[in-house]
Design a protein around this ligand. Structure first.
Ligand code: AP5
Length: 210
């Protein structure tokens, strides 16, 4: 098993690209820290109850909480699989924890999108709570408004997708997560793709870069 890390601001398209590539390429597995946490919140587990307050405010959940979830997924992933790790690590401490897990990181790919277009991306996002497929009301609309193409479930707006929380998530991203760009560049693992060129083109560029 190898790991490809997805780096990028909230709304840069990490989930969209990883979900699409994993559905089209056998051997790629999409693991989203946000989906793991939202799953725990929905189930009402102890970790979910603890995480909810942080997530609703756009803050990072404690490192140990999310690290345990990622450790579990890494441990159960074997064979010739490339894991597209979306949302972890989110700060330098988590990057060190990932190194200590001993899972080989093949590359860290930054999906580069300026803050100026992030609010529009997130304001238009609709998400399937069942199969986790993501849409955008204008850029990537479902065939039937408000309904998931893949599983027919009613699409929802994420609780943390309101403009005020998005502003806070961007502040957290620049302060906590952006230093990972230099961290992986120094290790010779960093690649970067333009995240503004349409979903198909970003996915193709990402696949080439990783
Ligand atoms: P998480 O779920 O990871 O949220 P995020 O990083 O803020 O990223 P998003 O899911 O918002 O965006 P994305 O980049 O996946 O964009 P998407 O593809 O949907 O985390 C949520 C919370 O959980 C955090 O705030 C934190 O509290 C907690 N958390 C998670 N991981 C943690 C960790 N490791 N440590 C601590 N806490 C953690 O795209 C956005 C929209 O744009 C969509 O509508 C899409 O259709 C559209 N779009 C995508 N690509 C394109 C394109 N190329 N052109 C046009 N539109 C596009």
């Amino acid at each position: 098993m190898k790991i490809v890390i997805l780096l990028g601001a909230p709304g840069s398209g990490k989930g969209t690209v990883a979900g699409r590539l994993a559905s089209e390429n056998e051997g790629l597995k999409h693991v989203s820290s946000g989906d793991l946490l939202r799953g725990a919140v929905a189930k009402g587990t102890a970790a979910g109850v603890e995480a909810k307050g942080y997530m609703d405010k756009g803050n990072l959940v404690p490192d140990a909480l999310i690290a345990q979830m990622i450790k579990d997924v890494v441990a159960e992933t074997t064979g010739d699989v490339t894991m597209l790790l979306d949302g972890f690590p989110r700060n330098l401490a988590q990057a060190k924890i990932l190194e200590e897990m001993g899972a080989p990181v093949k590359s860290a790919v930054l999906i580069d999108v300026p803050d100026s277009i992030i609010q529009d991306r997130i304001a238009g996002r609709r998400t399937c709570p069942k199969c986790k497929a993501g849409y955008h009301v204008r850029n990537l609309p479902p065939k039937v408004e408000g309904i998931c193409d893949a599983c027919g479930e009613k699409l929802v707006i994420r609780k943390d997708d309101n403009p005020e929380t998005v502003k806070d998530r961007l502040v957290v991203y620049h302060r906590e997560t952006e230093p990972l760009i230099a961290f992986y560049r120094d290790k010779g693992l960093l690649k970067s793709v333009d995240g503004t060129i349409g979903v198909e083109n970003v996915a193709a560029a990402f696949l080439k870069a990783m």
